[in-house]
Every structure is written in C-alpha cells, then in structure tokens.
Design a protein around this ligand. Structure first.
Ligand SMILES: *Cc1c(COP(=O)(O)O)cnc(C)c1O
Length: 230
C-alpha cells in the first residue's frame, strides 16, 4: 500500500514538473510520519523513501533511535526554544524557524555539536493568528538578524497556508511564498541564493505546489493513509 502510494505520488510529481518545464529531481518528497509507527517508516524506506518529517520531538526521538541512521529527518512542527538542543541533534533540517530566539538557540546547539544545521524560515502567509510562522513583511528583518548565526544555513522558506476546500485555493499562497523568496534572495539573505528551497504543498495540493515552484513537498496522508487523531 505504502509503495503503491509512493509510486503514484512520484509519477504525479514527475508529470507535473515536466508539464511546467521543471526538473522533476528538483522536488523532494518529505514523507510526514507523525502518528505513524517506526514500522511504517521502515516500510516506506523499503520503497526508496529516505526523507521524513516529524511534528513532535518526543515521538520523533523514539522513532529515530529505532531506525536506520542513514534516514534524513526534518522537523516540521512548532519548536520551543528550550527544545533546541534535542532538535539540533535529532534533525538534519529544521523547517519551522520563525523567531530569533529559536534561531539563536539552534545556532548555539549546532555550534556545540560541531555541525552546520540546515533551516527553513516558516512564513505565515495567510496571517492566521492560530498558526506559527513569521509574517511575510517581518521575514526580512528576521533573516537580517540571523546573518551572524554561523552554524545555521538558511536554505529557504516553508509555509502551511490556510486550508482550502480545493487545491486551487492554495495557489495564491504558494505564489506569494515564491515571490517573497525571490525578494529575499535578491538581497542575498539565504545560504545559497541561487538555490532557495521552498517547502510547500501537502497531500491535497502538492501538484499545485510543484507548479508554483515547490522544492520540498510534505506528504503524510497520501503516503501513510488517514492518521488516527490523538
Ligand atoms: C501533517 C502535516 C503535513 C502533512 O499533511 P497531509 O495532509 O497528511 O499530507 C505537512 N506539513 C505539516 C506542517 C504537517 O503538520
């Protein structure tokens, strides 16, 4: 089942990328494994999936310790600054940096671990009060303030736009994230301004995200099935 789902998604991503003149290899599928047991992750790995996203630190720590150390783990959930130490050692990429205090804490921990930590800036494109993320007009200030943090590599932007009923409703939000990334890249605020990552698109709207320039799509339900809510 997981293999069929992955094959289906890979084929759809490839077709969508080619149809809009993009390189299909430039879109990374991040399999979102929240509430999925370690066995489910291992099953996805057996089908060639090596990149996984987790929302909750405790849950991630338990799973990561049981699985192949070669897997790549992305933090996609809200992070508290006092959890920066654990997060910096567990994850290869933190996609949810949205304030200086958290960035500084991650930088300090990465320095202590002697590693360079890849991060994305989470942007609240829809200005939803209940959602994490820096507001679009505050992203530049945050990135400027993060420039001295030598152990972080700011790779790009991530967003979780307002939930629509149709995939098309996500398009303007994805487009606005891309626009923002272009403005910030022009100012030289990313680690590699010629290769800025855009993490956007979920099970319901990843094809629209690919059309709008996503380089990472975060897919849970379409790979693992419906999650049992806790
Ligand atoms: C759960 C989650 C996803 C995956 O959503 P699906 O609709 O299950 O694909 C992606 N990103 C974040 C931040 C999530 O919390």
């Amino acid at each position: 089942m997981i293999c069929d789902n992955l094959e289906h998604i890979r084929a759809a991503v490839r077709a969508a990328a080619l149809a809009c003149g993009r390189n299909p290899d430039a879109v990374k599928i991040v399999a979102v494994s929240k509430h999925v047991a370690a066995a489910g992750v291992a099953a996805a790995q057996a089908c060639g999936q090596t990149v996984f996203g987790e929302n909750y630190l405790q849950e991630a720590a338990g799973k990561i310790s049981q699985l192949d150390p070669a897997l790549e783990w992305h933090c996609i959930g809200h992070l508290q600054s006092n959890k920066a130490a654990a997060a910096a050692s567990l994850f290869q990429v933190i996609q949810t940096v949205d304030r200086l205090k958290l960035a500084a804490a991650l930088d300090k921990q990465a320095a202590q671990l002697g590693k360079q930590l890849d991060v994305l800036i989470q942007v609240n494109v829809g200005r939803e009060p209940q959602k994490s993320g820096v507001l679009p007009e505050q992203a530049e200030e945050l990135l400027q303030a993060m420039q001295p943090l030598a152990s972080l590599r700011v790779r790009g932007l991530m967003t979780m736009p307002p939930l629509g009923r149709e995939p098309e409703e996500s398009r303007p939000w994805f487009r606005s994230l891309k626009q923002l990334s272009l403005q910030l890249a022009e100012k030289g605020l990313f680690y590699d301004n010629a290769a800025v990552e855009l993490s956007m698109g979920l099970s319901g709207d990843f094809l629209v995200a690919v059309e709008e320039g996503a380089t990472m799509i975060r897919i849970g339900t379409a790979i693992f099935g419906e999650r049992t809510r806790q």
